[in-house]
Design a protein around this ligand. Structure first.
Ligand code: ADP
Ligand code: MG
Length: 216
């Protein structure tokens, strides 16, 4: 594969860390998208419903590509769930403080809820064509290969910076090329210490960024 000659800078913002108005936060449950075939392009995007009340900043957000961190609470049955990569600790006794009166089989099913794992991501904020482009849309490409889809999984986003405006493309190749560069920009910009969560990220590494909201 020839080295791309795309002149866009790969590292955005200062090494000192995110600048206002970032970080911006958003959370929800992964839903089906617009069926644009992102996966066929090798760039699946996990869509989140936009709750304008919970994310008041999004109404005025500039449309375009952003980067940051996503956390996912994958179900324990998912091949990439944390419990499948590291054996569960059998000595952990979980004391539930809320009374599970509606769950008679709780003694045999006291598995803790899935925990959030943090991944680098690149995302687009645009307009939802289903609502005649009057409602914002948000879709996230996580920079990691997954062994299975994760529709319905809870997802949180810590958005740290803006990458570029939306563009009109003459062809798919130019679009895919630009998205590849977006991914590269996200990876390299996020790799710096002040941009990497102290809580640790999937694939290794931790920095000084406060990512506690992602895993709380
Ligand atoms: P849709 O139109 O339903 O959003 P996509 O082709 O965009 O379909 O695929 C998105 C789905 O692919 C996500 O909801 C998720 O379940 C799955 N997926 C697998 N790998 C990734 C990834 N790296 N980033 C985002 N979503 C992924
Ligand atoms: Mg999608």
């Amino acid at each position: 594969m020839a080295e791309p000659t795309n002149p866009r800078p790969r590292i955005l913002y200062s090494a000192a860390g995110p600048e206002p108005p970032f970080p911006l936060r958003m959370e929800g449950t992964v839903i089906s998208g617009f069926g644009r075939g992102s996966k066929e392009l090798g760039i699946p995007t996990a869509n989140l419903p936009v709750d304008a009340a919970a994310t008041p900043w999004i109404a005025d957000a500039r449309s375009g590509v952003y980067f940051g961190w996503a956390s996912l609470a994958l179900p324990r049955t998912h091949p990439d769930a944390s419990s499948s990569s590291s054996p569960p600790s059998s000595t952990t006794t979980t004391t539930t403080t809320n009374n599970n009166t509606d769950n008679p089989s709780s003694s045999s099913s006291t598995t803790p809820p899935p925990s959030f794992q943090i991944y680098p991501m690149v995302m687009s904020i645009g307009y939802n064509p289903f609502y005649k482009n009057s409602v914002r849309s948000a879709e996230v490409h996580i920079l990691q290969a997954f062994g299975a889809d994760f529709y319905d999984a809870p997802m949180r986003l810590l958005i740290l910076g803006f990458v570029r405006d939306e563009k009109d493309y003459s062809g798919l190749d130019a679009l895919v090329e630009d998205i590849r560069v977006d991914c590269d920009v996200a990876r390299q910009s996020l790799a710096r210490e002040a941009w990497t969560p102290a809580e640790g990220v999937v694939g290794g590494g931790s920095g000084t960024l406060d990512g506690s909201w992602l895993v709380r």
